[in-house]
Design a protein around this ligand. Structure first.
Ligand code: PXP
Length: 239
């Protein structure tokens, strides 16, 4: 089975917002990725609108609905926007004010589960496939299944920030075990966060892994080699 690739284009929008002009255009980045056969265009519409804007979501879903994978917090505002524009899939992520990027998986505890579960239900009713971004622990995977998710995205933040080889191997093992459990439970298994050209191969080789969502490293590489080349190089790494 071919490992799918989701390219997160948030930082094309970060660059645009830096000057408040309409350049570079996230839609054009999506077009380039789709032309190369990228399966998913990933965008995170944040409450603070620091990069992707509602209009990007509108334009992207109008043209590429099935390919659009929207990351969002489980809030009323975001749920309403998701239902309005109906991306093919949504990944519910935690979002905290002031964070540089998503800081880890969802807290799936008694306090947070009811809101997440309600959001999953609304999104699914609107015909949107739902993913939950979780740390790779068995309890999280079981909980994702219980509350109706279609997909689990395993957070690779700790793996990508591992300081020693021993730590890296142990976190890789944790991801592998989580992937097996996810598949056994009938969930689709994705991974992402902090993956780059040096650390991606071991995650790509995990049995049962179906899709990797990668943003920063591809966009950073694109600055030097262009987006198509940066995407192709990543595709080669995970083939
Ligand atoms: N997956 C999720 C759920 C994320 O929040 C992010 C960051 O927006 C990514 C994947 C991509 O992470 P990176 O930009 O580090 O590749």
């Amino acid at each position: 089975m071919k490992l799918e690739l989701g390219v997160n284009i948030d930082h094309i929008a970060t660059l645009r917002q830096a000057r408040g002009m309409n350049n570079p255009v996230p839609f054009e980045a999506a077009q380039a990725c789709i032309r190369l056969g990228v399966e998913y265009i990933v965008i995170h519409l944040r409450r603070d609108r620091r990069h992707i804007q509602e209009n990007d979501l509108r334009l992207l879903t109008k043209e590429y609905r099935e390919h659009i994978h929207l990351e969002m917090a489980a809030t009323q505002e975001m749920t309403d926007l998701a239902v309005k524009y109906k991306p093919g899939s949504v990944c519910i992520v935690p979002e905290y004010p002031g964070e540089l990027t998503t800081s880890g998986g969802l807290k799936l505890d008694e306090k947070h589960i009811p809101t997440i579960q309600k959001t999953v239900k609304i999104l699914k009713k609107a015909g949107i496939r739902v993913s939950l971004f979780v740390d790779p622990k068995a309890d999280n995977i079981r909980c994702a299944k219980r509350i109706g998710a279609d997909i689990v995205e395993l957070c690779t933040k700790d793996y990508s920030e591992a300081k020693t080889e021993k730590q890296r191997q142990s976190l890789l093992e944790e991801l592998s075990v989580a992937a097996i459990l996810g598949r056994e439970l009938g969930l689709e298994v994705h991974s992402g966060h902090g993956l780059d050209y040096d650390n991606v191969e071991d995650v790509a080789n995990i049995s049962g892994m179906q899709c990797l969502n990668i943003g920063f490293s591809i966009i950073a590489r694109a600055v030097f080699v262009g987006l198509p080349q940066a995407v192709l190089e990543m595709r080669q790494k995970i083939a």
